[in-house]
Design a protein. Structure first.
Length: 486
């Protein structure tokens, strides 16, 4: 067996738009591995997606792969490109030609600076600041925590969905034992951002900064987004503190370092398996839209006449919450009225509580209406995307990469966490890491059972629920082929 060799390099790809403020740099990071028989490139990009939406076009991936194959002799099918899925408003990256040139240059420099390495695999754990954002509700459905709609009433929340707190880690050391690179895989939407909502790599960027500064020696940390389609930061809807993801990233970075110190390295070989599948597009959008419109009408008809407006409601509401026993006035006013045989304050309280209840009933209906309207718009948009495609199916690449005892399997979808947990449980490999948001973008990929929840991830969705079994079978097949060829 030839000695495994590796090289790393990175290029900054942050926007240069003068209208935008960049608080921390966004990178395209490249890791090239070669065991003498197989040569692969792993790219970790601080971007929303690899095509489909936002800064990176659909032409980027095929053009990048073609150039890498032509000029660097790395087969295009052996190039894994993952987006961290960092979210900030406005343009985040340089324009297309610069994206392509700078990303390719990182791969070129990595491939020209190869050295002998050893590999080790392990896992860490971080569960303190993540939550499944699609809350399970008392009616058997799901309500997704989003900025675009209110959270559900507390009395309608029944429980939480799953998370995957595992940090998948690949340690790559130089021949002298010093760290060259760390690839780490974690499942959570990067949504919190930084104060001012400026351009940021979000928590993955801060985690990588911690890892790199602690390891020193030009070691590089490459973040691969996991099955975080329905996982977000627990502080995402915090209105009491500035939105700041840096403490979350630092916690992830420190936990990665803690696990990294326990990983031993050795020789490893590589293998790549890739399969292209066709996934069915959804055809039930009209039915879903009609269902939501019917719910809208039910809510509208449930609303009641009310005498209060917001100006009169708020002080009255506060009075009746601050002092439920004597809300209207001092206690001695109640006592004086009772002493003279009057129930005027009791009657006043009954009337005010009645009016408050009617106003609160309408507020709750309004919150649900806002969510329904947002979901209808999302369904209509994705219906148009499916119609404009002119196809009944959508192409998806499933890539499998084995590095020693570790197997990485990919998807272009925003996979929900249960999809990844299923694959990890079924995999024959000692370590299995799931890398969605990779080699394309096809929006959300939810498990079949989640379609009944009616959460956001099955609303902002191009796929029919039958996609899940097709993808899972393909991914399991890729993992099995890697296992049999080891």
């Amino acid at each position: 067996m030839s000695q495994l060799r590796a090289g790393v390099a990175k290029s900054e790809i942050s926007t240069e738009d003068p209208r935008m403020i960049v608080t921390d740099p966004l990178f395209a990071k490249a890791l090239v591995l070669d065991d003498g028989a197989t040569r692969v490139a792993i790219l970790a990009m601080d971007a929303v997606a690899i095509g489909g939406i936002c800064d990176i076009s659909d032409e980027f991936l095929p053009q990048l792969r073609a150039r890498i194959e032509s000029e660097l002799s790395i087969p295009g099918a052996n190039v894994l490109v993952n987006a961290s899925h960092t979210h900030t408003p406005g343009p985040m990256l340089v324009e297309h030609d610069e994206q392509l040139a700078r990303t390719f240059d990182a791969v070129r420099r990595a491939s020209e600076d190869m050295q002998e390495v050893t590999i080790g695999i392990g896992v860490g754990h971080e569960d303190r600041w993540i939550i499944n954002r699609t809350l399970r509700t008392t009616d058997g459905g799901g309500w997704t925590i989003r900025q675009a709609n209110p959270c559900p009433p507390d009395d309608e929340v029944a429980g939480l969905g799953p998370i995957d707190p595992e940090i998948g880690i690949i340690r790559i050391d130089r021949a002298d034992g010093s760290p060259l690179a760390v690839v780490y895989n974690y499942a959570c939407h990067p949504l919190v951002g930084v104060p001012g909502n400026y351009v940021t790599a979000n928590y993955p960027g801060f985690a990588s900064q911690v890892i790199e500064s602690c390891l020193g020696g030009d070691a590089m940390a490459l973040f691969l987004q996991g099955t975080g389609g329905d996982v977000t930061e627990v502080t995402y809807k915090d209105f009491d503190h500035p939105r700041d993801c840096s403490p979350l990233g630092r916690m992830l970075g420190l936990n990665t370092l803690e696990a990294l110190g326990k990983i031993e390295t050795g020789v490893a070989r590589l293998d790549v398996v890739s399969e292209t599948i066709r996934l069915p597009r959804r055809t039930d959008s009209d039915e879903r839209i009609a269902e939501l419109e019917e719910q809208q009408q039910e809510l509208l008809h449930s609303m009641v006449g009310m005498t209060l407006n917001f100006r009169s409601f708020l002080p009255l509401f506060l009075k009746y919450r601050l002092n439920p026993e004597w809300p209207a006035d001092y206690c001695w006013r109640y006592m004086q009225a009772e002493a003279r045989g009057s129930d005027e304050f009791t009657l006043l309280d009954e009337l005010n509580r009645h009016n408050l209840d009617r106003y609160l009933h309408n507020i709750r209906a309004m919150e649900k209406l806002a969510r329904l309207q947002s979901n209808i718009g999302t369904l209509q948009h994705h219906k148009r995307l499916n119609e404009e495609s002119g196809e009944d199916t959508i192409e998806a690449e499933v890539m499998g990469l084995r590095i020693g005892d570790c197997a990485i399997v990919t998807s272009p979808a925003e996979l929900l966490v249960q999809v990844g947990l299923n694959l990890k449980a079924a995999s024959p490999h000692r370590w299995t890491f799931i890398s969605p948001f990779t080699n394309g973008y096809i929006h959300y990929g939810a498990p079949e059972e989640d379609y009944a929840l009616r959460g956001y991830e099955t609303t902002e969705c191009l796929l029919d629920k039958a996609w899940h079994a097709i993808y899972e079978n393909a991914a399991k097949g890729v993992l099995q082929r890697l296992w049999e060829r080891r």
